[in-house]
Design a protein around this ligand. Structure first.
Ligand code: ZN
Length: 289
């Protein structure tokens, strides 16, 4: 017997007579489930979780397809068999021919002309990436607010980690969400190295006017040569990782995996941190600012 109170447990769907009437809010969920095409149109769908394709019979990998673990090309092998190089069982496999999904979406996007737009995107990434990195680097690093020893940890560990990540951050975000926006490796290099140069320039201006007003000529020269070279050099190293992520996504038409770029980013952070540590102790020993 249905209660008159609409929120009563006795009004749960299975207690009511007649066919179930879905709650209006469920209409959205229903749409998600039935309109798979819309959902995979821009390549962002839960229906493309690892190896989740309707036909899961053993298939021959007929295109270039890197092992997720070691990068070995699994072309010519059966999906599901271990990688001959490292023994890992691949989780991802190429989409079946004609399947709607990420590959088809990316292929369509790449077929459209976009080289000029790629350069525009690269320019935008410089203009956004440089200042973003400065803002991130300044957060929580105001001089005089932390003790000397934590300042050192900040300069040797956290500073380089934040700066190296942020200098390639905008380009990484573009590659992860819209890899087709870049059409060549030089566009990506322009985006990240440009952002690094802009970052170094803004940092130098801040450093030589606010942190050390009236700096000695030596310090000005040092900042505009060694420090600029350091920022550009480290970003060049970190960018190699991004290029690997982008290259695999474009050539194998698969989702970008940013993790592939982590070893290069880590190398850049370590190089940068080592420089900061060396510079700190040398400047300290010489009594320089
Ligand atoms: Zn492998």
């Amino acid at each position: 017997m249905a209660s008159r109170d609409p929120h009563s447990i006795e009004n749960e769907p299975h207690f009511r007579g007649g066919p179930a009437k879905p709650d209006p809010s469920e209409r959205v969920a229903g749409r998600l489930k039935t309109n798979l095409e819309t959902e995979t149109r821009d390549g962002h769908s839960v229906f493309e979780e690892p190896a989740m394709f309707a036909d899961s019979s053993p298939t021959l990998i007929e295109q270039d397809w890197s092992c997720e673990q070691c990068g070995y090309n699994l072309r010519g092998l059966m999906f599901g068999s271990p990688c001959p190089e490292c023994g890992a069982i691949p989780l991802y496999r190429p989409a079946p021919r004609g399947a709607r999904g990420y590959s088809a979406w990316l292929e369509k996007k790449l077929a459209a002309d976009g080289s000029a737009r790629g350069w525009m995107i690269a320019t935008l990434a410089i203009l956004l990436g440089g200042p973003f990195a400065v803002i991130a680097a300044l957060m929580g690093a105001e001089p005089g607010t932390v003790a000397n020893s934590s300042m050192l940890i900040l300069a040797i560990v956290f500073g380089p980690a934040v700066e190296e990540t942020m200098k390639i951050g905008v380009a990484a975000m573009i590659i992860e969400t819209r890899p087709y926006l870049f059409r060549s490796e030089s566009q990506i290099q322009t985006a990240t190295i440009g952002a690094a140069g802009l970052f170094a320039a803004i940092e130098n201006v801040l450093y030589l006017t606010i942190y050390f007003p009236n700096p000695p000529v030596f310090l000005i020269l040092w900042r505009w040569t060694v420090c600029v070279a350091l920022h550009i050099g480290c970003t060049t190293v970190a960018t190699r990782g991004l290029l690997a992520v982008w290259r695999r996504s474009i050539t194998e038409l698969r989702r970008p995996q940013l993790g592939l770029g982590l070893p290069a980013l880590t190398t850049a952070i370590v190089l940068h941190g080592s420089y900061n540590a060396a510079a700190y102790f040398i400047f300290e020993a010489l009594g320089l600012p």
